[in-house]
Design a protein around this ligand. Structure first.
Ligand code: DUC
Ligand code: ZN
Ligand code: ZN
Ligand code: ZN
Length: 490
């Protein structure tokens, strides 16, 4: 036949439907979907298996310095290998600008390192810490044209945070040039103010990280980000939503018709603030920002992902080893303020949600596909090349065994972190064969892909930005007085 690969008899699941058919792959692309296709050069029987779009993880940190200046434990090789073993075939990590860095150099540096090492496809978001006039007028328009159509900005961390005025500048630029702004929404002064008082009283254990990063800081900043976006009449995306108050702010802004998008992550479904309360410095393994909240917040995040308030489920993989080089850079003197913020999750993101969401009956398989793949592709301008199973789409697929019993353990994972917050957790279901553009990259626990075989995905305009251009508020200050289209007359 003329197919390079035929996957037959699988149960195919997309964001819209579930059905049984064969998939024919040719030149890296899905060439046919039908019953009884001819055998391919490589012929795979997927009877009893579920064939899903390869996952897209649009929030992960790879070979990056954190906001506090600490280096990640995973490079573009270990991160993409780990992603592939967990059923993810595209990642969108960050090219991180720190203050004083020139954006073109930042992007070129990340692009080079990823091209040498990645085994699956990847894009980049730009982290913007220094929005100078030159950055806004020249560099951002240029990176958008090069396919980096989203930026992350921080409202917290002394070394990263933008003030509200700068946020408005970035939002205006994104609106004009066609990019989506991702916001880390926490109130920096609230956190600093609590943290100082805790440390003065000797309350320095890891668990106090969760006290300092109060959910009020998250919801206040989320509310402010919504207000700033509404002023400029531009969509935004709130990253790593943790607290029930923030979920409520997002839900009510959406109910008003505002273009507020949001994601959450495994740590907010599977951990709570109790997990960080461990003897000594052990709790540092569970330290991330925002921190997981109480059970009510955990439940609010579940409901948000199920009902659509939250559109995406990403890992926020922020890998730091639990030793001097990572989580605990100052050894004995460490307080919660010195610990790296972030937990690993690239490989277990999809298996955790598949088991605890889909197989336990909380979430349909279609919703699972939407929040782990399709919505990422749409939101970040990669659809329908990525994120679905359709003729013409890249053959990025994962064949899941829905009956496989797995006990999560750091030993079975392929990252370079050395621990997992989910150690010992028993789940069901795992992807056994994973294809990236028709190449079998993982099969039955073995890596087949070569270093450097992943490709940079040049992304187009995010769907939320396209939609806002059609439906935005004609009476907004932005449209009335500072029109996004200079040719419009008022
Ligand atoms: N923000 C992230 O997106 N990841 C890890 C820590 C943080 O503050
Ligand atoms: Zn963040
Ligand atoms: Zn509602
Ligand atoms: Zn992150």
């Amino acid at each position: 036949s003329n197919f390079d690969v035929t996957i037959r008899n699988g149960r195919i699941c997309t964001a819209n439907e579930t059905y049984y058919a064969d998939i024919g792959i040719k030149d890296g692309v899905i060439a046919a979907i039908a019953k009884s296709l001819p055998a391919g050069k490589q012929d795979i029987d997927a009877a009893g298996r579920w064939v899903l779009p390869g996952g897209i993880d649009s929030h992960c940190h790879v070979e990056q310095l954190s906001g506090m200046g600490m280096m990640c434990a995973d490079d573009f090789y270990s991160a993409t290998v780990s992603a592939a073993f967990g059923g993810t075939t595209t990642i969108v990590p960050f090219a991180a600008q720190h203050r004083g860095n020139q954006i073109p150099e930042v992007v070129a540096d990340y692009a080079k390192r990823a091209a040498e090492k990645a085994v699956i496809d990847y894009g980049f978001h730009l982290i913007l810490a220094d929005p100078t006039a030159e950055a806004i007028e020249k560099h951002l328009p240029a990176v958008i044209k090069d396919g980096i159509t989203s930026f992350k900005i921080y409202m917290t961390y002394d070394r990263m945070k933008l003030d509200d005025y700068q946020v408005l500048d970035v939002l205006e630029c994104a609106s004009k040039e066609g990019a989506l702004v991702m916001v880390h929404a926490e109130n920096n002064d609230m956190i600093r103010w609590i943290a100082r008082r805790l440390v003065e009283r000797g309350l320095t254990a890891p668990k106090y990280h969760a006290v300092a990063h109060t959910s009020i800081a998250e919801s206040e900043a989320t509310n402010r980000a919504v207000a700033l976006a509404t002023l400029v009449d531009v969509p935004i995306l709130i990253v790593h939503v943790a607290g029930q108050e923030a979920v409520r702010v997002i839900h009510s802004s959406q109910a008003l018709g505002l273009p507020i998008h949001a994601e959450s992550c495994p740590q907010y479904l599977f951990l709570t603030a109790k997990d960080i309360d461990l003897p000594g410095l052990e709790g540092a393994k569970f330290c991330c920002s925002p921190p997981p909240g109480d059970e009510a917040s955990q439940e609010a995040v579940w409901q948000g992902l199920i009902n659509g308030t939250l559109q995406m489920f990403s890992s926020d993989h922020a890998p730091y080893r639990f030793d001097e080089s990572g989580k605990l850079p100052k050894g004995d003197a460490t307080t919660f303020k010195d610990m790296a913020n972030g937990v690993p999750g690239l490989e277990v993101r999809m298996p955790l949600l598949f088991s605890e969401g889909v197989l336990k009956g909380r979430m349909t398989i279609e919703r699972f596909v939407a929040v782990t793949a399709t919505n990422h592709a749409r939101t970040y301008g990669m659809y329908p090349q990525k994120g679905t199973i359709a003729v013409g789409s890249d053959a990025d697929l994962a064949i899941w065994n829905p009956e496989k019993a797995v006990t999560i353990s750091t030993k079975m994972l392929h990252d370079n972190v050395g621990y997992t917050p989910y150690e010992g957790k028993q789940i069901t279901g795992w992807p056994e064969q994973v294809f990236s553009r028709g190449r079998l990259v993982v099969t039955d626990g073995k890596l087949q892909a070569e270093r450097g075989s992943g490709k940079f995905i040049k992304r187009s305009t995010p769907e939320p930005v396209l939609r806002q251009r059609l439906t935005g508020n004609p009476n907004s200050v932005m449209r009335k007085y500072f029109s996004v289209d200079p040719s419009e007359k008022h």
